[in-house]
Write a protein that binds this ligand. Structure first.
Ligand SMILES: Nc1nc2c(ncn2[C@@H]2O[C@H](COP(=O)(O)OP(=O)(O)OP(=O)(O)O)[C@@H](O)[C@H]2O)c(=O)[nH]1
Length: 368
């Protein structure tokens, strides 16, 4: 039962969430026009409104249907800046209400309220200026019809009555203009707050997962990436290699050129390394001058070749920005994680291999 409702809703409103809201809004307007048509039909049947007014019913129902078709088909996307066509729909509703005023006879006082309902319908999308503008348009179009009725048929439309009705519509329109403009401002403020919140959340996410100095994933993000890569390789039986990298004699760079220069070297190392890696490889800052490299779908031999490429890259691009010809070298410990699921054990193996590389004279790679 529920799936049939879903199928119907999907067919009627369309697949896109934003589009569904727009179509639903137009359908709601069409429904309200339909109910007005029922009331008008009753008034005609009871002889309160002339039979000729049914032509006007055809005009507003046809117009409302056309708006639903334009929004549902997506044509409004191509035709207008606002795909919900809120402003045209509001102006159309006001014209329809003004025409109804001329035909409503003794019921015309109610049409003033209907005009304002039309303005309220647009409140969810209109800007404050548009809110004011539509309220003004509503009252002016009603005033035009009132003046024409009082001038052309003063016997049935007493100019004094029309004058009082005009004042009523003016007061209602002014109040409606204020309300719609306030709603629009409130909506704009909410939208601004929502985008600021989204930006703040993105900043927090970056701060929580990125190393501020190098822009690389930090230790926590790296541990998460490792866990999912190792779980995946165990499921798919794909090889994964892990490389622990530590810059050699980094303290000497700090001591010789200053802490800032040390920072430049750390950033420069990250940039140089990233330029030699594939998009699926993940390099993270593990701490201090230590980096962890995750190489998915990579055997031990391929990992060793990757480390050599990185060495070559460092060799060919010295850190001239710190000191002319400054060469930075590193030691590395490589391990393969075939079939293993224990992340900590894999890191420990890479760490042990790195320790041996350091002890073996630095600027070299060991495996474990
Ligand atoms: N500039 C800078 N220095 C850092 C940062 N983090 C850690 N360090 C420095 O890195 C240096 C690491 O020194 P050691 O652990 O002795 O290592 P090393 O000098 O590279 O010696 P080996 O690793 O044995 O080759 C220390 O002086 C730390 O202060 C950082 O973010 N920026």
């Amino acid at each position: 039962m529920q799936s049939i409702t879903h199928i119907w809703a999907g067919w009627l409103l369309g697949p896109d969430r934003q589009q569904r809201l727009r179509v639903a809004h137009s359908l709601l307007a069409l429904g309200v026009y339909g109910l007005f048509a029922v009331c008008q039909g009753l008034a005609v049947a009871l002889g309160i409104m002339p039979r000729a007014s049914l032509t006007w019913m055809g005009f507003y129902l046809g117009g409302a249907l056309l708006f639903v078709a334009l929004v549902r088909s997506g044509a409004s996307h191509r035709l207008a800046r606002d795909p919900s066509l809120t402003l045209p729909q509001t102006l159309f509703g006001l014209v329809a209400a003004s025409g109804a005023y001329a035909l409503a006879g003794p019921l015309r006082g109610a049409v003033i309220a209907i005009s304002m309902l039309v303005v309220l319908f647009g409140a969810s999308k209109l800007t404050p200026r548009e809110g004011w503008g539509t309220a003004l348009f509503g009252v002016l179009s009603l005033a035009g019809v009132m003046a024409w009725l009082a001038w052309s048929d003063p016997g049935r439309h007493d100019p004094r009555e029309e004058g009082v009705l005009f004042m009523l519509s003016l007061v209602t329109a002014a109040a409606m203009g204020v309300l719609v403009a306030r709603l629009a401002r409130l909506r704009q403020r909410l939208m601004l707050q929502r985008s600021e919140l989204a930006e703040a959340l993105e900043r927090i996410r970056l701060l929580a997962t990125r190393d501020e100095l190098t822009g690389l994933p930090n230790r926590r993000a790296m541990a998460d990436a490792l866990q999912s890569a190792i779980t995946r390789q165990a499921r798919l039986s794909e090889p994964v290699a892990l490389v622990m990298i530590d810059l050699d004699h980094f303290k000497a760079i700090n001591d010789g050129h200053g802490h800032r220069a040390g920072d430049v070297v750390l950033r420069g190392f990250a940039e140089r390394a990233m330029s030699t890696l594939r998009a699926i490889d993940v390099l993270g800052r593990w701490g201090g001058e230590e980096f962890l490299l995750l190489l998915p779908d990579t055997t031990l031999e391929q990992a060793l070749a990757c480390v050599e490429r990185l060495r070559e890259q460092l060799h060919t691009s010295p850190f001239d920005e710190v000191a002319d010809g400054l060469a930075v070298r590193f030691s590395a410990g490589v391990t393969a994680c075939q079939g293993a699921t224990d992340v900590d054990a894999a890191i420990e193996r890479a760490d042990r291999a790195l320790y041996r590389a350091k002890n073996g004279g630095r600027s070299r790679t060991e495996t474990a």
